[in-house]
Design a protein around this ligand. Structure first.
Ligand code: DAH
Length: 340
């Protein structure tokens, strides 16, 4: 019997050392001191004894029971004290006079690229203009020399609203209003969100950002266009960027171009990113069509100008190595928080 009592004492000491919280302590109390607990079991086994042995064993068990009760009580008190200390210390550490902690937010990668490009153009004398996302047919198409039958007006591409207006499909939609507002000479960029009814995949979005720019003055030529684009892109990518122009058709420019930049991954050698061509298509552009100048109230015999429609979303993908365009509109803060 004595052995049993000693074994239980040791078992209790071991179990107590593993108790981490009040719930576990209460479970331990019930296990040892409960009506059907281990100590009650031990008392039951006294029945097997008699005489002096029984008396002595009874005393031992009672002593153990008192010991267990006392230890559990002390442990509970210690736990309560620790809890209280934690609260008090926590309260002490809280200093109401401290300034608030900055929230861990970050700018959207497209905002970051947009600001950067804006800054570069502002230093080159351009103003930054805003234009609504809901526009009319005239500004989005007609004033850009896009005739009625042009595929860009197809219902498949354009989101039309019930009132006949539409969501702007490109930032070029602001050209006319800005020309009318300022006249020539003029240097302006106008970033904006554009919408097209496209099916979405890793490379296509129905909601994306562009940055349009126009420069109108006397004697503006393609050389000016190339210079401004090259300077801007070299600043954005922090390296000397080679550009090349290929012919491209857009009704509002003549001639129109696709501007490519030397591949940033392979430096022009050819790699999977540039499909072995050494070039990446980045920015459609051209010399503003005389009809478009005219509709904007600017005399095409006196002034010429260039225009470009930079894909800001695409630029952000290149700049930050984003492989899936859907990440931008996902609202996934864990993705967005990487861009600081
Ligand atoms: N607005 C055209 C588009 O989104 C892009 C574009 C092409 C803009 C040529 C321009 C330009 O300013 O000159 O498809």
């Amino acid at each position: 019997m004595e052995q049993k009592i000693t074994a239980l004492r040791e078992r209790f000491a071991f179990a107590l050392s593993n108790v981490a919280d009040p719930v576990a302590l209460e479970a331990l109390r019930v296990e040892y001191l409960g009506k059907k607990g281990l100590l009650a079991d031990l008392m039951q086994s006294l029945r097997e004894l008699s005489g002096e042995g029984k008396k002595q064993a009874g005393q031992f068990i009672n002593a153990l029971k008192n010991e267990v009760e006392q230890t559990i009580r002390s442990a509970a008190e210690a736990q309560q004290k620790a809890e209280l200390d934690k609260l008090v210390n926590g309260a002490k550490q809280y200093d109401v006079t401290l300034p608030e902690r900055t929230l861990h937010g970050s700018y959207h990668p497209i905002s970051l690229v947009q600001r950067e490009v804006e800054h570069i153009f502002v230093t080159m004398g351009f103003t930054v203009e805003e234009y609504p996302e809901i526009v009319d047919d005239y500004h989005c198409f007609e004033a850009l020399n896009i005739p009625k039958h042009h595929p860009a007006r197809d219902m498949q591409d354009t989101y039309y609203l019930n009132n006949g207006q539409l969501l702007k499909t490109h930032t070029s939609a602001a050209q006319n209003a800005i020309m009318r507002k300022y006249g020539a000479p003029l240097r302006a960029i106008f970033p904006g969100r554009c919408f097209r009814n496209e099916s979405i995949d890793a490379c296509h979005e129905n909601t994306f950002f562009q940055m349009e720019g126009i420069m109108i003055d006397r004697d503006i030529s393609i050389a000016n266009l190339i210079y401004f684009m090259k300077t801007m892109l070299s600043e954005v990518f922090q390296q000397d960027i080679k550009v090349r122009l290929r012919p491209g058709f857009f009704p509002f420019v003549e001639p129109g171009f696709e501007l490519d930049i030397s591949c940033l991954i392979c430096g022009g050698e050819g790699c999977p990113s540039c499909k072995d061509s050494g070039w990446l298509e980045l920015c459609p552009c051209g010399m503003i069509h005389p009809r478009v100048l005219e509709m904007g109230g600017i005399d095409p015999n006196e002034y010429t100008g260039f225009a470009f429609g930079l894909g800001l979303t695409r630029l952000a993908m290149m700049r930050y190595g984003v492989k899936d365009i859907r990440d931008f509109n996902s609202g996934n803060l864990r993705v967005l928080a990487q861009f600081t």
